[in-house]
Design a protein around this ligand. Structure first.
Ligand SMILES: [Zn+2]
Length: 192
């Protein structure tokens, strides 16, 4: 798994998407060997064009599932919000990100994650783009947002350090290939 994460920095986007698809399908098959409803053996769908696993007993059908996560570049004037998370092995700084919860839309998830991790409110949300994120089966949905109010405070659990950075004082940022880096590079191009 870590291999693919490292390869992200050198692969073309097309190569990465193909590798991600293989990884996600492998993960999907491995967690759908038995039916989630009745525990019986699952079999590939009779129609091989149909990408689905079907329960041999109750007929429950499982399609590949993705878990969406949001990632957000928060701007405040000519600065952006970057933070260091405890669970990252790499010590670089990154953007606020987190999983979409049950009952939420993407915008709700953006506002909640920024509030939980950084204690600030945001406004003017704009869609940026998305990226397949096969670790193991996620899709990252990127947004830009503007600071609205609040005092930036790391939550102390997931986030150990956070700050506002302008283009001339950026700390170590995420590696090329990640959507986080694309969002930061995109913002940097505007800071002329
Ligand atoms: Zn079943």
């Amino acid at each position: 798994m870590d291999n693919l994460r490292e390869m992200l920095t050198t692969m073309s986007p097309e190569e990465f998407r193909a590798a991600a698809r293989d990884r996600e399908l492998e993960e999907w098959r491995s967690i759908n060997r038995f039916c989630g409803k009745c525990g019986s053996l699952m079999e590939p769908h009779a129609n091989t064009d149909e990408r689905a696993m079907v329960c041999s007993k109750c007929g429950y059908t499982a399609y590949p599932k993705l878990s969406p996560a949001v990632i957000v570049l928060v701007t405040k004037g000519d600065k952006i919000l970057l933070q260091r998370n405890t669970h990252y092995k790499l010590r670089n700084w990154t953007l606020v990100a987190g999983f979409v919860d049950a009952g939420e839309n993407f915008e709700d998830a953006v506002r909640r994650e920024v509030m939980e991790e950084a204690s600030v409110e945001v406004k003017d949300l704009r869609y940026f783009g998305s990226q397949t994120w096969p670790f193991p089966s996620n899709i990252m949905v990127g947004f830009r947002a503007e600071y609205a109010s609040g005092e930036l405070t790391p939550d102390g659990e997931e986030v150990v350090e956070s700050g506002w950075f302008d283009r001339d004082n950026l700390p170590e940022i995420p590696h090329k290939g990640s959507i986080a880096r694309q969002m930061i590079d995109d913002w940097l191009r505007e800071q002329k």
